[in-house]
Design a protein around this ligand. Sequence first.
Ligand SMILES: *Cc1c(COP(=O)(O)O)cnc(C)c1O
Length: 368
Amino acid sequence: MTPRLFLSPPHMSGREQEYIAQAFESNYVAPLGPMVEKFEQSIRDCTAAPNALALSSATAAIHLALRVLGIGEGDVVLASSFTFIGSVAPILYQNATPFFIDSDLHSWNLDPDLLEQAIAASPKKPKALILTHLYGQCADLQRIARICDEHGIYLIEDAAESLGALCGGRQSGTMGIFGVYSFNGNKILTTSGGGMLVSPHKELIEKARFFATQARDDAPHYEHTDYGYNYRMSNILAAIGVAQMEVLEERIAARRQIFQWYREALEGIGEISFMPELPGSRGNRWLTTLTFGYADPEKVRLALEEYNIESRPLWKPMHLQPLFRDALRVENGTSAQLFARGICLPSGTQMKHEDVMRVAGIVKKALA
Ligand SMILES: *Cc1c(COP(=O)(O)O)cnc(C)c1O
């Protein structure tokens, strides 16, 4: 049997072990340390976000964002419905009330018209919006940021999947009061697990740093007037992140190339539509995702599985999750339709042209 072709496996640059060795030599086998600082610096350099905080995960980063903004019991938090649970579970950690907003077909991301409807329909003035740039492709960020601004709603960008994507010439994650990146094992870059919180506001990042390190007051002993979390990233994992950041642009180019190969092979077949790229944006094409006109995506997934190739349905929208059965929502059927008709194809950056052609060939055969 040929080795399994995974959806998005880690792809090391080759320098990770050298930097890990440096971390060991300095004996910073600890959270915090020089590699954490270097990793944060590399994110600031890459995104032009002035402040960055390395954390144990993007979920932790979103949780800290809500906590720092004072969002708590009974507050309404708007969110993209078409996303991964890590994007919105922190709303529940804070005992706040999620309000899910459906997608539009131009972007597959949050529909700005529905955002306006949600604001008008909300039982209370919403405090924040968690906006996901799904599969590395930009939402209509300019317009959404303007709406949030007009209504005094904090914008938190979930850029977990979209590191390096350019939305209207700006890096995804840098338009909101907070932005979040993930370095989980399947993302475009990985530290095996990790996240980053960025913000234009230094004092907010300092506050997040305080909560991420158990809310220790300034004293030689352990003094606490508030409680926090243990959310910092280890210096060893940050060493991996430093090496990974050196190859971000190469990885984006490779993901975009893989997308292009799939498109050339599959466009026009079986009424396939690929996830769009909004004008004026450059996504990172983290995963190549598409919908079929009539074919059952599950049939295609099973056909790929027979060849030991991993593929996945698109994210199941939050408003369709049993957990959120009774949650507030504005829906137009778009993300439900995308979920029913779509698939994510293997998009790992070690894939060669022949690998993509092999996958595309099996998809075509399954459609025939
Ligand atoms: C992966 C992901 C997260 C969570 O990231 P972790 O680092 O695994 O906590 C959040 N939102 C989206 C959209 C993701 O894809």
